[in-house]
Every structure is written in C-alpha cells, then in structure tokens.
Design a protein around this ligand. Structure first.
Ligand code: ZN
Length: 117
C-alpha cells in the first residue's frame, strides 16, 4: 500500500505521518478520503429529455458536480422514485423513459433547484 500515493507529496518523506514508522514497516490502514459534498440547496440540476437510438428516451439529470454529489446514491433514489432503471454516465444521471415530473419532484424534495432544458 506504500505505493498508493507514489508520485504525490504523500510519497515523501518515506515515514508514515501517523505512526512515524518507515513506510515499509507501517501497518496503518490507508487514509479514508471523505469527498466534500455540496449542499443540494446551493445547486441547480438541469433536467431534460434526450433521445437515444431506436426511439428510446432518457431523462437526463445534469449540472451536478460529480465530486460534490454522490451521484450513484442520487441515481438510486431517483430510480426508486421514478420506478425505472438508470445509470450514471459522464457525470450525469440517466433515467430510462420520460420521468421529468417525478424526477423534478424528487430532486426538489431533496433540496435541489431544478431547471428544465
Ligand atoms: Zn503508519
């Protein structure tokens, strides 16, 4: 695990910040990096329908910082709320089918501002 941060400042000095032992002797668990999440109230989700090949339509939820939001968890909530499948792709959530109204209601219930289009 000592090579995890190779090439970054964490790699030098070769002693552990926490136990003070040489990296090669350190048995500390790798540090847990908690991502900094943004408050939903400070963000505007962009909601729109997108056409996919073969006439399929997806409800796309974009405009949300992938670092500032747990998009996987949000996608799970939206999928449950809309009763559909979906995925997170390129920093946006895609729900299968036209679920604009349900997705907007769900996002607003969480606290996000929502803009259509
Ligand atoms: Zn250590």
């Amino acid at each position: 695990m000592g090579r995890l941060f190779a090439g970054t400042p964490w790699d030098r000095p070769p002693t552990c910040d926490r136990c003070g032992k040489l990296e090669s002797e350190c048995a500390c668990p790798p540090p847990v990096v908690e991502p900094v999440r943004l408050a939903p109230e400070t963000q505007t989700a962009r909601l729109k329908l997108e056409k996919r090949p073969k006439g399929k339509v997806v409800t796309a939820v974009g405009g949300l910082d992938p670092e500032g939001n747990d998009l996987e968890a949000l996608a799970a909530k939206l999928k449950a709320r809309c009763g559909t499948g979906g995925t997170v792709k390129d920093g946006a959530i895609e729900l299968q089918g036209d679920h604009l109204a349900a997705a907007e209601a769900a996002l607003k219930a969480i606290g996000y501002k929502v803009r259509r289009g």
